[in-house]
Write a protein that binds this ligand. Sequence first.
Ligand SMILES: *[C@@H]1O[C@H](CO)[C@@H](O)[C@H](O)[C@H]1NC(C)=O
Ligand SMILES: *[C@@H]1O[C@H](CO)[C@@H](O)[C@H](O)[C@H]1NC(C)=O
Ligand SMILES: *[C@@H]1O[C@H](CO)[C@@H](O)[C@H](O)[C@H]1NC(C)=O
Ligand SMILES: *[C@@H]1O[C@H](CO)[C@@H](O)[C@H](O)[C@H]1NC(C)=O
Ligand SMILES: *[C@@H]1O[C@H](CO)[C@@H](O)[C@H](O)[C@H]1NC(C)=O
Ligand SMILES: *[C@@H]1O[C@H](CO)[C@@H](O)[C@H](O)[C@H]1NC(C)=O
Ligand SMILES: *[C@@H]1O[C@H](CO)[C@@H](O)[C@H](O)[C@H]1NC(C)=O
Ligand SMILES: *[C@@H]1O[C@H](CO)[C@@H](O)[C@H](O)[C@H]1NC(C)=O
Ligand SMILES: *[C@@H]1O[C@H](CO)[C@@H](O)[C@H](O)[C@H]1NC(C)=O
Ligand SMILES: *[C@@H]1O[C@H](CO)[C@@H](O)[C@H](O)[C@H]1NC(C)=O
Ligand SMILES: *[C@@H]1O[C@H](CO)[C@@H](O)[C@H](O)[C@H]1NC(C)=O
Ligand SMILES: *[C@@H]1O[C@H](CO)[C@@H](O)[C@H](O)[C@H]1NC(C)=O
Length: 643
Amino acid sequence: MTPYCYRSVAAALLLLSHSISTSFAFKFTPTGQTVQLDGASYYIPPDVISTISISRPMRKALDSAGGLLPFTVVHAPSLEYGEQDFSHDIASYLSTDDVFSKGFLEAVYVQYSNGSGSRYPGFSAPKLSGNNSVNVVSTGFASNTSSIPVGPYFVTSTGTVHEAWKLFSDVQGAFLETTVANKDGTLSVLPANVEGQSLAIAVPSRLYFTKTDAKPLAGVRLGIKDIYDIAGLRTSNGNRAWYHFYPPANRTALSVQRLMDAGAIIVGKMKTSQFANGEVATADWVDYHEPFNPRGDGYQDTSSSSSGPGAGAAAYDWLDLTLGSDTGGSIRNPSQVQGLFGNRPSWGMVSLEGVMPMAPQLDTAGFLTRHPDIWVAASKVMYGDNVTLSHSYPSKIQTIGWPTTNSSEANGLLLSFLDKLTTHLNATTTSLNLTQQWMKQHPANVTSSLVDLMNLTYPILIGQQTTSVRDPFYADYSAANSGRLPFVNPVPLARWGWATSFPPSTIDDAITNKTTFGNWIEDNIFIANEKTCSDSLGIYVGNSGTTNYRNAYRSPPGIPTGFSTSRISIFSGVPDFVLPIGQASYKSNITQQIEYLPVSVDILAAKGCDGMIFGLVQDLIKAGIINATKAGYSGVTGEKILF
Ligand SMILES: *[C@@H]1O[C@H](CO)[C@@H](O)[C@H](O)[C@H]1NC(C)=O
Ligand SMILES: *[C@@H]1O[C@H](CO)[C@@H](O)[C@H](O)[C@H]1NC(C)=O
Ligand SMILES: *[C@@H]1O[C@H](CO)[C@@H](O)[C@H](O)[C@H]1NC(C)=O
Ligand SMILES: *[C@@H]1O[C@H](CO)[C@@H](O)[C@H](O)[C@H]1NC(C)=O
Ligand SMILES: *[C@@H]1O[C@H](CO)[C@@H](O)[C@H](O)[C@H]1NC(C)=O
Ligand SMILES: *[C@@H]1O[C@H](CO)[C@@H](O)[C@H](O)[C@H]1NC(C)=O
Ligand SMILES: *[C@@H]1O[C@H](CO)[C@@H](O)[C@H](O)[C@H]1NC(C)=O
Ligand SMILES: *[C@@H]1O[C@H](CO)[C@@H](O)[C@H](O)[C@H]1NC(C)=O
Ligand SMILES: *[C@@H]1O[C@H](CO)[C@@H](O)[C@H](O)[C@H]1NC(C)=O
Ligand SMILES: *[C@@H]1O[C@H](CO)[C@@H](O)[C@H](O)[C@H]1NC(C)=O
Ligand SMILES: *[C@@H]1O[C@H](CO)[C@@H](O)[C@H](O)[C@H]1NC(C)=O
Ligand SMILES: *[C@@H]1O[C@H](CO)[C@@H](O)[C@H](O)[C@H]1NC(C)=O
């Protein structure tokens, strides 16, 4: 009975495949597979990295493992490569790579770099510490074309070698779509999932990559704010209707392309508040849920709009760098509240082609990261010759709203930082009150106060979204949906509605006011200097560890009018860099315990002096005045994120 059944099934299948092959052109695309190794999840891309000949012991291991075997490639520079070299290499892989694990020592492939044609040396399986031992060894010779980078891989019984990408869960909800790089350089949506109630992210072994002059970002794991187009992926701009309505992008933003060309690995698109407008958790994030700020009690607002880039960079040690954008604080604020380095660059440092606009006169592209060295390297790549590192510094520091007494933990840190900075630069400090300075020094043909001049400038300029974003979106969407309009979150809706009440000529007024202010700053406050780029540094408090709980009900969205210190860079185009300097304690009304939140400072200089600030960051790190920060609960000590 049973054999008969099987035969008929087989016959039916044959028939089916016959009819498919003659009448349909079916499209089958292998998208890789996922496996577990010692409890960790891995994604195995379909691309074949290399093909190796399978030794007899390896064949046996493959058969018993079901046709797919984790293994490790090591490089032997000479035939003398022995047990000690091997143990040393493995220890180094374990300490530098978060993808490699002892599970990959199931089999080892020793690749000799020269001596092709000679006999394989007898490399014997060494004992490793503990109970781990290497089971199977295979050897081969590398030529220029066959060399496989060291690290963890999977091999199939036909000898095809595939990379190992470790899967992590986006437990903080920082990503909107996660991606995998195809061999041809395009990106696809990652076809994998893991436990954690969120998207999975796949990262390749760090061991595959070597940074070079041509690829200074080789292997750097990068997340992109979802307002940058990447060919093959949809862009959402933080709006569900937009994501589903428009087809995948057919171009990659120039800024992103430069990072990819330099070797960065894009692991996903990250959350933005809607159309990059300022939104707060609970009240405003209707289409998507705001990511979770990992610091402190885990229930502080991430700030916006580069919320995903900020939360991800602060939470995940497997993520190295994120690309955000700053029109009115969208890189700086998430960096300040999450203990990250972040830069609003001088305006105009890189083309924003392929990026959703807010206000072209104010929009900038910059990074959020825990790693100052990667920050500098990525900036050189993205801004090209618009950034030149320099190490001659101004000897004048203008403090803006700086504390004068040790009245709180944060103020103590801020004063101590300024003291060290002043000593390091042998500088003098003066306190700057921009409003007063304007009263004393304003241009003769402008009689209004600073706040009157600038009060409406920001909301009017971002109101340009009504014509650059809203109108075409509404027109396209309603034409395809019987006149319906798409859903838009309360904040962009309120801002767009407000801006619509002004005549278009108001935009020219706003630009004139912005130019007046910018010229005044350039002539009086941050003056270009041939030797030190800028005649002074400006410094203000980025964050003093203050709470901003996400479980708060708030008033309806208002209009972002006004002038404040954080708007100096916005309106004048000068660089504004966030540096984390430590943390301060607070009593959490959630955990009912003492927890810690980041303390950070912002540094300003004359327009175009980004390279001087980067140089200063390098020197301050060298001097131990600031440090790279950590992922997790605390930027200072790391530790497990609270849920
Ligand atoms: C490999 O090349 C290096 C440098 O040319 C040489 O020193 C070494 O002896 C070679 N090893 C073998 C096994 O041929
Ligand atoms: C090695 O294996 C033995 C027996 O299975 C076990 O008792 C011991 O704890 C293991 N040692 C280590 C270092 O894992
Ligand atoms: C390998 O590449 C180097 C540099 O590109 C070249 O000089 C060398 O001749 C190549 N060797 C072989 C065996 O192809
Ligand atoms: C790319 O997409 C844009 C926007 O959807 C469209 O206008 C343009 O024609 C497309 N270009 C190509 C080459 O398909
Ligand atoms: C440098 O800035 C200028 C002015 O904004 C811009 O035109 C140019 O494309 C930028 N250069 C690079 C390498 O991005
Ligand atoms: C700056 O000066 C104005 C006008 O005198 C004053 O109202 C304001 O409080 C001052 N700001 C700071 C930070 O001292
Ligand atoms: C610091 O600056 C003062 C005056 O500006 C100068 O006299 C002194 O030599 C400088 N000290 C150092 C260590 O450069
Ligand atoms: C004020 O004068 C400057 C310099 O002459 C000029 O560039 C600017 O447009 C003027 N501003 C106004 C508001 O008239
Ligand atoms: C700024 O503009 C808003 C909206 O028009 C207005 O309510 C507010 O009073 C203005 N503030 C100042 C200081 O002029
Ligand atoms: C420009 O500045 C003038 C004061 O000089 C102010 O009355 C006007 O409201 C400002 N307009 C905008 C759009 O910022
Ligand atoms: C904690 O404090 C914030 C800010 O004061 C408040 O909005 C929130 O409701 C409080 N949460 C609890 C659980 O008390
Ligand atoms: C930075 O790290 C060094 C070395 O661990 C330490 O001495 C210094 O206090 C740290 N500085 C800050 C600001 O945390």
